[in-house]
Design a protein around this ligand. Structure first.
Ligand code: TRP
Ligand code: SF4
Length: 406
């Protein structure tokens, strides 16, 4: 279930395939949300370069350029390397190891049933997508998420099924490997370590959840565990698991944090998308921004300046709904319907608004464009930080799967 309640303690993880330069649709649909989240949560944002290969394994020449272009756009948009961890998937090879290990326990049917599998295959019919890698796309994504034990995964509607699969895989993993002899005794011993008051509270919340299905009690109990300083990782996992059943939670189930669909339409009124060629890039040169908006289609009935128009039939009007205040919108409605304003006057306001919005992004982008080593250093540091967390999870996963023998 996607959630709307955000628990500040939860780690956030999200990724994007390196598609090259980003546009206003990405900015309003994804990046502004990331920028907000980075101040409220511990955030990990990464470039899913392996995921790019699942569909574009034949054209790899531009991959590196796309990665750096995209990272610069993130930074330009205000993703702050001081607040969030920015990294590249393929530089944290532990993702691949977890993907492999999860593949052992994932039934083929689960992957074949993910809606995007057949859809995408049909949509990209010109590519050969009956590959092992493409089928495993959502499982690699599950590994991306679970390796950081992320609680929240900001994604668009099209990715919710992948988070759902991630939850199923985590559940299966925990059922299979979270059982241990003497679980109950160990859990009880861990409860005792929390001190009298918290132990009593934990028991009460657990009872309320188990006997009455009180989901809020479950949330509160989890938050209580989060705050316990003197519990080992193992004990904490046990007590998470003990709330719901008889096993440890080694890989917690994440929740999708639905990002509302982007508000910015494309230049032609369709959804803004590179494949439609109707975008404004975040680092679009100023004169290009102006040119693109000036040449936008308008209400087709408004052929001459003296013909009245109907904003409801004009893509420019949709942009006013994003970029203009009440007064400007009234001015458009009035002026368009009475032929009091020309389409270029109308578009000028949008041009100014978009240029003003992109100005600070351009300023931030400049320092990174001029200093590619700075970008590389930011990503290298992010990869190190990410790897530390990933390594820790993998130790436990290996242990749980019987691989820590000597
Ligand atoms: N599949 C995602 C997309 O196309 C990208 C992605 C890969 C991702 N791994 C992820 C998103 C993990 C969130 C979490 O947008
Ligand atoms: Fe569109 Fe504005 Fe021209 Fe009306 S005046 S048709 S809303 S561009």
């Amino acid at each position: 279930m996607p959630t709307t309640v955000e628990n500040a303690k939860e780690r956030v993880l999200s990724g994007m395939r390196p598609t090259g330069r980003l546009h206003l649709g990405h900015y309003h649909g994804v990046l502004r949300n990331w920028v907000r989240l980075q101040h409220e949560h511990e955030c990990f944002f990464f470039v899913a370069d392996w995921h790019a290969l699942t569909t574009h394994y034949e054209d790899v020449a531009g991959l590196g350029r796309h990665v750096w272009d995209m990272v610069i756009d993130w930074l330009a948009a205000g993703v702050d390397p001081g607040a969030a961890t920015i990294f590249v998937q393929s530089r944290v090879p532990e993702h691949a190891e977890l993907h492999l290990l999860l593949s052992m326990i994932t039934p083929l049917g689960w992957l074949e049933r993910v809606p995007s599998y057949k859809d995408q295959q049909a949509q990209l019919a010109d590519r050969h997508l009956d590959t092992y890698g493409f089928l495993g796309y959502p499982l690699l994504q599950a590994a991306d998420i679970l390796i950081y034990r992320a609680g929240l995964v900001p994604v668009g509607e099209d990715q919710v099924a992948h988070v759902e699969l991630t939850r199923e895989v985590a559940r299966r993993f925990n059922h299979l490997y979270g059982r241990e002899p003497g679980f109950e005794e160990k859990a009880e011993a861990a409860i005792a370590k929390m001190g009298k008051k918290n132990a009593r509270l934990y028991r009460e919340l657990r009872r309320r959840y188990q006997e009455q299905g009180d989901a809020e009690a479950l949330e509160v109990a989890r938050a209580l565990l989060e705050g316990q300083q003197n519990l080992t990782v193992g004990d904490r996992e046990r007590l998470y698991g003990y709330l719901e059943g008889g096993w440890r939670v080694i890989l917690p189930e994440p929740e999708a944090l639905l990002t509302p669909t982007p508000k910015v339409p494309g230049l032609d009124g369709r959804k803004m998308s590179k494949s439609y060629g109707n975008t404004i890039a975040l680092r679009e040169p100023r004169d290009e921004v102006a040119r693109k908006i000036r040449t936008m289609p308008t209400d087709p009935a408004r052929v001459r300046r003296t013909d009245p128009g109907d904003p409801d039939k004009c893509p420019v009007w949709e942009w006013h709904q994003v970029y203009s205040d009440e007064a400007t919108r009234a001015w458009v409605q009035e002026g368009c319907r009475s032929a009091g304003i020309g389409c270029l006057d109308c578009k000028r306001r949008i041009i100014d608004a978009v240029l003003a919005e992109l100005e600070p992004l351009a300023a931030r982008a400049r320092q990174y464009e001029e200093d590619p080593d700075l970008v590389r250093a930011i990503v290298a540091e992010g990869c190190e930080k990410a790897r530390e967390v990933a390594r820790e999870t993998m130790q436990e996963v290996r242990q749980a799967m019987g691989l820590a023998y000597r």
